[in-house]
Design a binder for this molecule. Structure first.
Ligand code: PLP
Length: 402
């Protein structure tokens, strides 16, 4: 049920944790790996994650590093990754309130910031669980101040400034009003101020530099008034690598921590290691006669007999259907093509005239001795970004921590 080795999650046993008064529940399913029921799993290498975190720290010097664990730690497991790395980090970053509350329920004591927007009557829940709020407008900040006053506790906030993303946050050209208001709030501690880049991984860095300039102007507010600025942060993974002047007081690398670069050939890359291997096993073998189409829609057909194995993974696990007839897997050290439409729970792989046996390990993502399938490869097959590949691997795939 907690961070012991060889524990992983499945959909078979549920430990239910109530996380919020509005009857929202989060499931933390766990089962011992030795009782493995599922032939498909993801191995998470916490050691590699710690190494990656340290490499990032080395790159940014004395600047603080946020541990970004939103979206189930990019698929690597919210609680396990936070537990395994929070001692290295300045603070922990999640996207939504429930993620923060779940971490508190699991006994995580680190500062936790919720990076996303706030709605309805969530504010008291933030304060109750000692979660840092992102104050993205004057109204919101005043609501936070009032709510804190009502509970008798102080609220912790980071001011959220929009410098060119047009998502949550007060526009940079109105930011001083938010900063002024913050100085007058009696029940709020402004611990930080931040913004977010929209194009940091793009080849053309000009928009990113413009965003940084705008943010620096917002920060000048404090200098003009001879006030120490709160912790200022704007750099995501790409900016950590290529724009040192954006590191400021803290950086927020996500993807890079998980061993993946935000785009190919990004300047200043570092040798981070992939932290996830996604694996399965052969569960069926057959010889498909010539001119017998394979799977739904008969999208693949061979003009000669082929040996076909079935793998128990599909789009219901996050192995995206759009990769049908495009992806590859590794079996016995060799890459083979997936063929036919990927089903919800299964897919077929053509091993031509080679051999494979029931129970043989199949690598969907990761390396064998001489073959490798990277998150970046899978992103190309799925015509998407590595972020979506990792966060699509859903909770039906048990995570094993090694
Ligand atoms: C997700 C996120 C990050 C991390 O982005 P990467 O590109 O994965 O490094 C940083 N800051 C905010 C606000 C985010 O939402």
């Amino acid at each position: 049920m907690d961070n012991g080795n060889c524990l992983f999650s499945t959909s078979f046993e549920f430990a239910e944790i109530e996380v919020a008064k509005n009857s929202m529940t989060v499931f933390t399913p766990t089962i011992d790996v030795r009782d493995s029921l599922r032939a498909t799993w993801a191995e998470i290498n916490l050691g590699n994650l710690r190494k990656n975190f340290q490499l990032i720290k080395d790159r940014v010097g004395t600047v603080g590093v946020m541990l970004v664990v939103k979206a189930n730690a990019y698929g690597h497991g919210l609680v396990e990754v936070t537990r395994g790395l929070c001692d290295l980090a300045e603070c922990v970053g999640v996207a939504v309130l429930e993620e923060g509350i779940l971490l508190r329920h699991q006994g995580i004591m680190s500062p936790i910031i919720v990076l996303g927007g706030i709605w309805g009557d969530q504010i008291p829940l933030f304060i109750e669980h000692d979660l840092i709020l992102s104050a993205s407008s004057i109204d919101r900040l005043l609501q936070i101040d009032d709510a804190a006053g009502a509970t008798g506790k102080r609220a912790k906030v980071h001011l959220k400034i929009d410098t060119g993303m047009e998502r949550v946050g007060i526009h940079y050209f109105n930011a001083n009003k938010l900063q002024e208001t913050a100085l007058k709030c009696a029940n709020v501690d402004v611990l930080g101020i931040y913004s977010h880049f929209a194009n940091a991984e793009a080849e053309d860095i000009s928009h990113t530099k413009l965003q940084l300039e705008r943010f620096m102007e917002v920060l000048a507010f404090y200098e003009k008034r001879s006030i120490n600025r709160p912790t200022a942060h704007i750099a995501n993974s790409a900016a950590v690598l290529r724009l040192p002047e954006s590191h400021l007081d803290m950086v927020r690398p996500g993807l890079l921590l998980y061993g993946v670069h935000p785009s190919a050939n990004i300047p200043g890359s570092i040798d981070v290691l992939p932290a996830m291997a996604w694996k399965s096993r052969v569960v069926y073998f057959k010889v498909v006669p010539k001119e017998h189409p394979v799977s739904y829609g008969s999208t693949w057909i061979s003009d000669h007999p082929v040996r076909m194995v079935t793998i128990p993974v599909g789009y219901g696990d996050g192995y995206m259907r759009c990769m049908s007839n495009r992806s590859q897997v590794i079996i016995n050290n060799r890459k083979y093509p997936q063929v036919g439409t990927i089903c919800m729970d299964q897919m077929m792989v053509n091993i031509e005239m080679d051999s494979a046996y029931n129970g043989d390990e199949v690598i969907l993502l990761g390396s064998s001795d001489n073959s490798c399938i990277s998150v970046e490869d899978m992103a190309v097959w799925a015509n998407t970004v590595p972020y979506e590949v990792l966060t699509s691997i859903n909770t039906r795939v048990p995570r094993v921590y090694v």
